[in-house]
Ligand binder design. Structure first.
Ligand SMILES: Cc1ncc(COP(=O)(O)O)c(C=O)c1O
Length: 398
């Protein structure tokens, strides 16, 4: 059975509806269905392939053992620029007309999206696009990030004291000068690009089944037999929106999509609960890449409401434990956002027996300061350590 078939039909259906054939930006109004968005991701996958990596779907004996399930880490931490963000940025730039690219682009980000945008402008934009691009950052952005972006040839504009100030100024300048504003998440082309992570996961799981069947000399098992649970970190919702659209269109009720956020900053979870984007305070978190508010009217809200089955919010201790444990079990360095997904899996591990689980390690750009915190405060997540900890707690409690 081909798990990608429903996706291929979604593409066919989308082509038949000409108005949906090119996914629209928020300004154009109409909301896309999950099937439309999935079709856009399937179309984006071959288009962005020359500019991004097919990242490993790494078998995790550690998590498989803990959950009595089959678990994998999807290592977008090994993507070009160190996060999945390159997928969306490349897809967005490839969707722009020559005239738009010639006029100039503006974006705003303090981290992964800015790196991805610069990569996309250089690799997929064409000659001179990076020279005509402007990246807004708050004046408070870390000097390390500023230097990293400058070294890659980006023209930077420092404005305001936080991301929202910088974002509003970037949007104002875009309107004033007639430039294209490239949002980090509030854009269907960005979401469709991020959704290619799911297209790749489905292909890789199918290859995995075929390999297993060849090993045991049997026909491939029905790869849909075991429920699939996918843990995805969430900030503005572009990643999970695109990913959930593809997974739900391909597998329907046989997939559970779990949105993972730090408890210190869970604006999208609160927004989904309220049915509208809410303003909510955000605290400091090791998951800096997912922290902060969500733009009013963001097109990511609909896909998050329709495509996410469950939300898990994790503590700073759980994130530190998760990042440290991935390092120990896989010798891979992931950032705090990825730690949210690993921590959510760990919390739910006793509900996963007999299932398949994919944990999205969305990025690897951890700062030296955050890594220091992880090494100082993190605890190793393993069944043995749990026994040790229980014994320790018992002796402390007398
Ligand atoms: C590493 C990483 N993970 C997760 C996210 C969240 O993605 P989204 O804002 O599309 O929900 C981001 C956003 O910048 C990120 O950089």
């Amino acid at each position: 059975m081909n798990v990608l078939r429903p996706l291929q039909s979604a593409v066919g259906a989308q082509r038949a509806v000409s108005s949906a054939a090119s996914v629209s930006s928020p300004a154009s109004g109409s909301a896309l269905s999950l099937a439309d968005l999935a079709a856009a991701s399937v179309a984006a996958a071959p288009r962005i392939r020359p500019y991004v990596r097919r990242t490993p779907l790494e078998d995790s004996p550690w998590l498989s053992g803990a959950g009595n399930c089959r678990a994998w880490l999807k290592l977008e931490s090994e993507q070009v620029t160190g996060s999945f963000k390159a997928r969306g940025a490349v897809n967005k730039l490839l969707s722009l007309s020559k005239a738009q690219l010639a006029t100039g682009l503006v974006t705003c980000s303090t981290g992964n999206h800015a790196l991805a945008f610069v990569h996309a402008a250089r690799a997929a934009g064409g000659p001179g696009v990076l020279e005509r691009a402007l990246v807004y950052l708050p004046k408070t952005a870390s000097p390390v990030k500023v230097d990293k972006l400058r070294a890659r040839g980006a023209e930077l504009a420092l404005h305001g004291d936080d991301c929202l100030d910088a974002e509003l100024e970037a949007q104002r300048v875009a309107v004033e000068r007639g430039l294209v504003y490239v949002s980090p998440y509030n854009d269907y082309e960005i979401m469709a690009g991020q959704g290619t992570v799911s297209v790749e996961i489905l292909e890789q799981l199918q290859e995995e089944e075929q390999r297993r069947a060849a090993d045991i000399k049997q026909l491939p098992a029905d790869e849909n037999a075991a429920e699939l649970v996918v843990y995805v970190p969430v900030g503005g919702g572009g990643l999970i929106g695109g990913m959930a659209a593809v997974l739900k269109t391909a597998l329907g009720a046989r997939v559970r999509v779990v949105g993972c956020q730090p408890a210190a900053s869970d604006v999208m979870r609160q927004s989904v609960a309220a049915g509208r984007i809410v303003e909510a305070a955000s605290g400091d978190t090791l998951s800096d890449a997912t922290a902060g508010g969500v733009e009013e009217g963001a097109v990511t809200l609909g896909p998050c409401i329709d495509g996410v089955d469950e939300w898990v919010c994790v503590s700073e201790q759980e994130i530190a434990d998760a990042v440290l444990s991935v390092l120990r079990a896989h010798s891979k360095l992931v950032e705090g956002a990825a730690g949210c997904a690993v921590a959510a899996f760990w919390r739910q591990r006793r509900q996963l027996a007999g299932k398949r689980a994919v944990v999205l390690c969305c990025g690897g750009n951890i700062s030296v300061e955050a890594l220091k915190t992880v090494l100082e405060r993190g605890r190793v997540l393993s069944a043995d350590a749990e026994v040790d900890r229980a014994a320790e707690e018992q002796s402390v409690n007398g």
